[in-house]
Design a protein around this ligand. Structure first.
Ligand code: B12
Length: 381
């Protein structure tokens, strides 16, 4: 995450640092492609062209945008591509709400960088005019619903978000103290708070659920509101990973070593791994043999590794909606592999849902790591 300073450098689409995975991974072929599916594919295949054409039309209609200079125009194109990325993801999920949620997120991000919602709405309108001229009537009849829903909803959507550390939640004081320590670059103090809770008998599950999870989510909210830089976020997350390692040393399996193995990985392109690590720790406490692989796992290598290791379950995390296409390709490849299509697939993460689980043919979905342990035990029962 990068914080945009002046309006000329603002952008919704901070550049990814991770190696851009190849995009030739096939989405599950569909019997008779629906208009939604075809529209998503058409937009995905022409994203740069559609994005730069929409910005050209935007700049022609509003010459004041010239004040942002060449850099500003380049970021406008990146923003338009980002809007199209999330539109494609929402079309594949056949969820208008998912696209409106994205626009709600973008409104807050832009607002906190002094970019009004009218600019975002204009951006979407120009994207619409390009799509209407480039895709078939059948496809436009679908896509226009997504854009219109966002354009209609945006003016009334909030420009702020409530704190993710709700005062009525258990351990809220400890969570706020932990956050304060991180924001003052006091990692040892943060570690002290967590280890003290653990020594008082608070379970690792509750520390993860009520202290570290809301604090990480609050750090994301403060970044989105422009109150924290990407470097602050990196410091806090790195400190939290060290604190989790310290806590890990105190982990006591509640059940003796079991002959069941789980592999925990983030899909290709996915760099959010804190939740997955938490889940892996809870499964270790459950007595499972855990292979924690971590972020950005290339699909072909993951499939080969799973077929060699043959775990009972592979747990897969996706936080960023853009990476859903890699999850779909991963599930396709695993289910089609002769030697390991019996391995159960458990999915989780901010970008996943039970509807997605059904749509892509995974075996189970867990909304939070707390529930996931029981779901995993049930999967092999
Ligand atoms: C830390 C962080 C990063 C770090 C991650 C480092 C790391 N080691 O993980 C880095 C810097 C890499 C990063 C990058 C980006 N990030 Co980021 N990130 C975050 C942040 C602040 C915390 C994530 C976290 O640890 N959450 C705590 C965990 C415990 O909670 P959780 O993820 O909500 O997971 C819960 C459930 O989903 C579930 N679960 C999750 N995974 C799994 C897996 C399984 C198997 C199971 C069973 C359950 C499960 O259990 C958890 C709790 O019960 C979030 C804010 C947030 N709201 O989470 C933003 C956030 C997710 N990031 C965001 C963005 C935009 C990005 C970037 C695109 C920005 C950019 N620079 O380009 C990149 C994308 C990188 C990529 N390709 O993946 C946005 C996403 C917005 C959106 N519309 O989707 C967020 C929401 C910030 C914000 N408020 O805008 N990020």
């Amino acid at each position: 995450m990068r914080r945009a300073s002046s309006s000329a450098s603002r952008k919704v689409n901070p550049a990814f640092e991770s190696s851009e995975p190849d995009l030739n991974l096939q989405m599950r072929p569909v019997a008779k492609p629906t208009a939604t599916y075809v529209a998503a594919q058409t937009i995905a295949d022409n994203m740069q062209e559609f994005a730069s054409e929409s910005v050209k039309r935007h700049y022609n209609s509003d010459t004041s945008l010239q004040r942002y200079g060449v850099g500003g125009r380049a970021r406008c194109v990146e923003d338009a591509e980002y809007h199209l990325e999330f539109l494609v993801t929402a079309l594949h999920a056949e969820s208008v709400d998912q696209f409106v949620d994205y626009c709600a997120w973008a409104k807050i991000l832009l607002h906190s960088r002094n970019i009004g919602v009218s600019h975002l709405i204009e951006n979407l309108k120009h994207l619409g005019s390009v799509l209407k001229s480039k895709i078939s009537k059948r496809e436009w009849s679908v896509v226009s619903k997504y854009l219109q829903a966002a354009i209609t909803a945006l003016p009334d959507l909030p420009t702020d978000l409530p704190s993710r550390i709700a005062p009525e939640r258990p351990f809220a004081d400890a969570a706020n103290a932990y956050l304060a320590a991180l924001l003052h670059f006091q990692r040892d103090r943060a570690s002290e708070i967590v280890l003290k809770e653990s020594s008082k008998g608070t379970s690792v599950k509750d520390i993860y659920r009520y202290i570290i999870t809301p604090v990480q989510q609050e750090i994301g909210r403060l970044w989105q509101l422009g109150k924290l830089t990407v470097v602050h976020e990196h410091y806090c997350t790195a400190a939290t990973e060290i604190v989790m390692s310290e806590l890990f040393r105190h982990l006591v399996p509640s059940r003796a070593g079991r002959e069941v193995r789980i592999l925990a990985m983030c899909v290709q392109g996915e760099r959010h791994c804190i939740a997955l690590r938490m889940f892996a720790d809870l499964m270790t406490i459950e007595g499972w043999q855990v292979q924690y692989i971590g972020p950005d796992t290339p699909t072909p290598s993951a499939i080969r590794f799973i077929c060699e290791e043959k775990p009972s379950i592979v747990a897969v995390s996706v936080t960023f909606p853009r990476n859903i296409r890699y999850l779909e390709s991963f599930v396709n490849a695993l289910k089609e592999s002769r030697s390991c299509n019996h391995v159960k697939i458990l999915i989780g993460g901010r970008a996943t849902s039970s509807e997605l689980c059904r749509r892509i043919g995974a075996d189970a979905y867990a909304e939070c790591i707390g529930d996931a342990v029981e779901i995993a035990n049930r999967l092999i029962a």
